[in-house]
Structures are given as structure tokens and as C-alpha cells.
Design a protein around this ligand. Structure first.
Ligand SMILES: [Zn+2]
Ligand SMILES: [Zn+2]
Length: 448
């Protein structure tokens, strides 16, 4: 089938090989997504359609109460064989894997994650290692990781990611999702807000470093986020329609990553800020704010930086002079100070990526200058930071870094060095290429 040029319903993009005018073939292995009021009731029909005979449900004591008991009742009433394991070892570590293995029915042919976050990750991993598919019954929609194919587990007391698999089907019953803690609803919306800046990053990469780009995937994501935002103020009333749209938007973001074959459609500089904060909190043995909340705060900061950049008259020759003065040894010293024990990994990545090397930077400055009007147009089309901040405040969600305990030196270092967590062209790399990242971030911090 041809990849649609105008955005279609989510189902159009599932388990179908799509030939695209971007030159790539896109594919997402997810087979079914049911989102809406009473969607859980569709599980028996879905299970029959997919041909599964014995379901192994995985829940913890909380998600069992929220959705596990109800799911078992629906399956039992429909005459579908199901076994549930309510975890007694819920640290999502080696003991959890052991518990799941010990109690796994010999003839089960599919696992079902009843929950979000860690339960999904554990089921994603466990089912993958057992050679079984899995289905997600979501109990909240706080981030876009549903369709992901990697899993984070605690192994030897360290959060470690492992290859795993995306689910075969996802169920988001809004009768369940609307009762999720309010902070989770705001977090889900926050993760979607970050799509504006990450898609802008991708557009910049296309223009400046000629990266492969798919306009159809970008339009699909943008269309979905705009649609969700139109009703976002009703999220605080737990409006089931809006909650369903957030859930579907988060699933779609995951599907778009599968289609693209990388995380460009869903993660950019706003996520790099969040990754840096995660690392810093982990090093300080502190718990960071939920992922989606971090992303929404970061999005406001990126938008402020863009606004400060757009006010400048760019002196491209000054940028070239600055690029030529790049001092690799000084950079390494700064990375050591900013990343602590994580610095060697960051430095090793730059050794391969060479994104800060003088020659590459000068070539990019030429490309930026040649396309400056188009680039300015892209940046100017982003939402206003004030509007996004007001939307967050209206939802009683944090809108400033201080509200999530990111302040002072850590905040400044985030602006300067978060781009080093990935080899990826972003708005921050653009500001760095122009020799303005330092000044602009001071301006943004002073305005907070
Ligand atoms: Zn995210
Ligand atoms: Zn494409």
C-alpha cells in the first residue's frame, strides 16, 4: 500500500507495509489499538481474532485492582482461558523475572501487561525472552513508550535497557484511564507537547545536514498533536474524549517511531534536556519528575530559546570565527564537570559523531546561512512559549524548571551540554553552531 499523504486514522498505519514518496518503506508491527469508553470489553473479540488461547496476565497489586480483576472477569465470562500473576516481587528486577517464570502456565500463548511503565517494560521483556507476543491493557497514559521495542529493568541494582518487542495490541479503556492520578494525565499531554520542537529538529536536520526526512510521518504526528491540543483544557475535567485522544496520540507517536525506524518523530532537544535531568537526578540519588512533566517543562525552555534566537541579527562571520576557535580539550573538561561519572560515554560518542569538529561546523554554518529565511520561518511557526506555559498552568502542571527542582548550575549546564547525550541535529546544535548557545541560554534563564 502507498503511505497516505494526508493523515488517516491510526488503524491505517498498523501492520501494513507502506511505500512512501520519501523513498523508504514504512512498517509498524502493532496490529490493533482499541481506545475509548468500554474498550476493555473488546478484548475477548480481539483475542479470538488474533487466535490466542491462553492468556498470562501480569499485574501488581495496584493495577490488579484498577484493571486486572475486571479483565479476568471479562475473559472468564467470554470463556477465554486466562491466568493472572499479581506480582509479589515488584521491584522489576531479577526476582520479578523469576517470579513470572515460575508461575508461567506451560501452554500460555500470549502475555498481557496490565499497567503502564514498569509493568509494560517487564512484560515486553519477559514475553520477548519467552518467544511469546504480548498485549497491553493500559491503566494510565503518561508517556509515548507503549509501542517501544526496548525495556528498562533493574539489573544488579542498575536501571538497564534491553532489546525487547513492541506489543501486538494495545487497549486504552477511557473508563479506566480517566481515573489515573492527575499528574499522569498531565504527563501524557506533556510528552505530546514536546512533539512540536522535536519535529522542528528533524526539519532543521533535513535542511542543514541533509538527513533523511519523511514529510508524511511529520504531518501525521503534527496533525494528531494539534488535534489533541485543541481540547487539552478539558483534560483537567477528566473528559473521556480528551483522555482517549491523549492516549491515542501517545500510541501514534510510538507508531510513528516504528514507521520512521528511529525516534525522530517523537524525541528531540526537549527529550535531551529530560535525559540530562534523569542522569543528574540518578547521580544525586533523587527521584526526578515524571518523564512527560520533564518534557513539557523542557519544551517551554526550548521555545523561549527559539524566541531569543529569532530576536537576533545573525552574524555568520562571527559564528565562523567562533567555530574555528573550538578547543576540544576545554570541551572535554566541561563535559567531565557537567556529566560526572557519565562523561566517558558522552566523550566516546563525540569521538564517533564528531559533531563539534571545526570542519563540520563550518559546513553547517554555510548551510544555515544559505537557508536562513526558511529556517527562521520554521522557528517562527513553533507555538509561543507563553501559550504552552499557560496551558500547563491551567492543568496545574509544572511549567518552570524550578518547579521540578532544576535550577542554578544544573539548568545552565542542561542548555549547554544536553545536546551531547545523542548524535542528533537539534535546535540546541543550531544555536551552538551559530556561537549563541551560551548567550541565549543566559537570556532565557534570566527571564524565568
Ligand atoms: Zn517522551
Ligand atoms: Zn516516508
Amino acid at each position: 500500500m502507498k503511505m497516505p499523504v494526508t493523515p488517516q486514522k491510526l488503524a491505517t498505519y498498523l501492520d501494513t507495509h507502506l511505500e512512501c514518496d520519501c523513498g523508504h518503506e514504512h512498517y509498524a508491527s502493532l496490529k490493533a489499538v482499541k481506545v475509548g469508553e468500554g474498550a476493555l470489553n473488546e478484548l475477548p473479540a480481539l483475542v479470538r481474532e488474533l487466535g490466542f488461547k491462553h492468556l498470562y496476565l501480569i499485574a501488581d497489586t495496584i493495577t490488579n485492582k484498577i484493571a486486572g480483576e475486571r479483565t479476568m472477569e471479562i475473559l472468564n465470562n467470554a470463556g477465554i482461558k486466562a491466568t493472572i500473576r499479581v506480582l509479589t516481587h515488584a521491584a522489576f528486577d531479577e526476582a520479578t523475572v523469576g517470579e513470572l517464570l515460575i508461575h508461567k502456565p506451560a501452554d500460555c500463548d500470549v502475555c498481557v501487561a496490565v499497567g503502564t511503565g514498569s509493568i509494560n517494560d517487564m512484560t515486553r521483556f519477559f514475553s520477548f525472552r519467552c518467544g511469546l507476543p504480548f498485549i497491553t491493557v493500559a491503566t494510565a497514559a503518561p508517556m509515548d513508550g507503549f509501542a517501544s521495542s526496548i525495556a528498562a529493568l533493574n539489573v544488579e541494582n542498575l536501571k538497564t535497557t534491553f532489546p525487547a518487542q513492541p506489543p501486538t495490541a494495545i487497549i486504552g479503556d477511557t473508563d479506566i484511564l480517566k481515573n489515573a492520578p492527575y499528574s499522569m494525565i498531565a504527563a501524557g499531554l506533556g510528552d505530546l507537547l514536546g512533539k512540536f520542537t522535536c519535529l522542528c529538529d528533524w526539519k532543521l536536520a533535513k535542511i542543514i545536514i541533509n538527513e533523511h526526512y519523511c514529510a508524511n510521518i511529520v504531518n501525521l504526528t503534527e496533525d494528531c498533536v494539534q488535534n489533541v491540543l485543541a481540547g487539552a483544557d478539558k483534560a483537567k475535567d477528566r473528559d473521556p474524549k480528551v483522555i482517549g485522544e491523549i492516549m491515542e496520540g501517545l500510541v501514534l507517536a510510538g507508531v510513528c517511531m516504528s514507521l520512521a525506524g528511529n525516534s525522530r518523530p517523537a524525541s528531540g532537544c526537549e527529550h535531551h534536556m529530560s535525559h540530562y535531568w534523569e542522569m543528574m537526578f540518578e547521580q544525586a540519588h533523587k527521584r526526578p519528575a515524571p518523564h512527560g512533566i520533564q518534557v513539557s517543562v523542557a519544551t517551554v525552555l526550548v521555545l523561549k530559546l527559539v524566541e531569543a534566537l529569532l530576536k537576533r541579527d545573525i552574524d555568520f562571520n562571527a559564528a565562523r570565527a567562533k567555530a574555528k576557535a573550538y578547543d576540544r580539550a576545554a570541551w572535554e573538561a566541561e563535559i567531565n564537570a557537567a556529566y560526572g561519572p557519565a562523561a566517558p560515554g558522552v566523550i566516546a560518542m563525540e569521538n564517533k559523531a564528531k559533531k563539534n569538529d571545526i570542519e563540520g561546523c563550518l559546513a553547517r554554518i554555510d548551510a544555515i546561512e544559505a537557508n536562513w529565511e526558511e529556517i527562521k520561518g520554521l522557528l517562527a511557526a513553533l507555538p509561543e512559549s507563553e501559550n504552552v506555559a499557560n496551558l500547563l498552568k491551567g492543568l496545574s502542571a509544572p511549567a518552570t524548571p524550578a518547579e521540578i527542582e532544576v535550577e542554578g548550575e544544573m539548568l545552565k549546564r542542561t542548555f549547554l551540554y544536553c545536546k551531547e547525550v545523542r548524535d542528533r541535529y537539534t535546535i540546541f546544535q543550531l544555536a551552538w553552531d551559530l556561537g549563541l548557545l551560551d548567550e541565549l541560554s543566559d537570556e532565557v534563564i534570566a527571564s524565568l
